[in-house]
Write a protein that binds this ligand. Structure first.
Ligand SMILES: [Zn+2]
Length: 130
């Protein structure tokens, strides 16, 4: 299935990029605080970032990845334990999983995405040299 994972690809394309996630870890689109709602370039960065399910860090770049063998219930379980660990209501995991899958289905595998509050765009990945 197609899922969002953390990537360092295209980091630095924006001056305020950051990546505190582990490369390849599952991420989700967490609700923003009021600062993040007001501006994606807020100090906290929550309006321009994706949240790591394991590291609980954030990254401004997300990769659409195909993870064969990973099921919807695996995904919901991963979300449930992560949401619980971060103080979000774990019973929201299925709704979050469904929403993320619907979101990800609209993008090609390999696309690197950035977030501007509730707006998302693909970043062009430069071809490797040579
Ligand atoms: Zn914030």
């Amino acid at each position: 299935m197609k899922l969002l994972v953390a990537t360092s690809k295209t980091q630095g394309a924006r001056e305020n990029d950051f990546n505190d996630c582990v490369e390849g870890e599952l991420i989700w689109i967490a609700p923003s605080c009021s600062d993040g709602e007001a501006s994606p370039d807020s100090e906290c960065g929550c309006g321009r970032s994706f949240g790591g399910l394991n590291s609980h860090g954030g990254t401004t770049t997300a990769l659409v990845a195909d993870l064969p063998g990973f099921s919807y219930s695996d995904y919901a379980a991963a979300l449930r334990s992560s949401l619980a660990a971060q103080g979000w209501p774990p019973e929201g995991a299925y709704e979050v999983a469904t929403g993320l899958l619907a979101f990800t289905s609209g993008w090609e595998v390999g696309a690197v995405l950035e977030r501007r509050r509730n707006w998302f765009a693909e970043r062009l990945v430069p071809a490797p040299p040579g």
